[in-house]
Design a protein around this ligand. Sequence first.
Ligand SMILES: [Zn+2]
Length: 426
Amino acid sequence: MSQADAEITTANGQHHRSTTRGYPKAARNELSILRLIHAEPMISRIELARQTGLSAALVGGVVGRLVGKGLVVEAGPASTTVGRKPVSLSVRSDSAYLVGVDVGSFLTRVVITDFLGRSICATETETRMAEGRSRVLGRTFETIRKTIQDSRLPDSALKGIGIAHSGVIDSERGVVLSFPRPGQMTEWKSVSLKQLVEQEFGLPVLLDDSTRMMAIAEKFFRKDRKLRDFLFISVSMGIGAALFVDGALYRGPGGFAGEFGHMTVDENGPLCCCGNYGCLEALASGGAIIQSVRTAIQKGVDSKVRDLTMEDLDRISMEIVTRAAAENDGLAGRVLHDAVSHIAVALADVVNLLSPRVIILGGPLFRLAPQLITEPLMRVVKQRAFEKSANEIRLEVSSLGSEAAALGAARLSAEAILESVYLERV
Ligand SMILES: [Zn+2]
């Protein structure tokens, strides 16, 4: 095995060295270097030589062949070095196009990206989970088809589909094992989503948890791309976490790491959809926040939410609750305060356990009301976590928008099909 192979890990935490074992050495080096260029756009030949341990001359030859095959382009001077600036390299953006899909509780989003991960076309539609799985899937397929059509790309340009779905996901087999949301447990039990989408579109498909997909997008599309270790927390209708360690997503041996939402924060608390009592998700998710506000209003508590929903309590959303809280509505403010306290208590435990330096907060709760949430969250974490760990934490709200999970899904798909794109040009 060449030294080049030994260094390669990508966002999904896989070590790619084993996949090249049967290849001639030249092909192994080309594939390994292509992966590095894909993982780190604007990388220079010097940096490639440093990371692979290969000689500058060898790297130069490999890069020349990748340029000749139309997979890599020179992209201008690299910005990070002093003195004479080396030329930076990038994968060719039109080497492959990917579909990223996020099946969210309220909205299903579809993006088409180029090989660099730039969105070239996007569509969203209402998920309408309550209509049942087969209708949701039918609508999702229709939205994917429409987005492909809108992109005007020839079918042959599309190389893969990545899908983000909430719940407990077996990403290796591409199965939604369960979707702990009210009314959805039987609809989404052991659904081979990967296989269903592959049959429909005839493209390689991968499936993963939506929080992980958001974290992957955060890793690759944030300004500070050098960040290699961080904890990502998302609060939407569910609550999840993803941990990046040394540049790779930590999945745990069984692949189920990150079930932050099902940490017990009150053992006498309400029943969670997963079957346990007092999970964080049952107390502080978007679903729990909306339910608390609705119940209080039904009991007669006065709130601006009543006006904002025009008396239709089925229309209560995270947007409406955070807007009411920003306008000093007592009920909305109290419910959000309680949710943030629960999240902070659980997060303090995680901080003590993992001692992360950077925690990135994603999902609608943080996106809609960063000023209402972040400061109180940090205060409670600092009160409860060990001082040494807590003082060194940087808490950030993700700068990515609501397309994050779909973009992450497309990115992960691009990594998964990179080898076949390379093999097409051999
Ligand atoms: Zn639970």
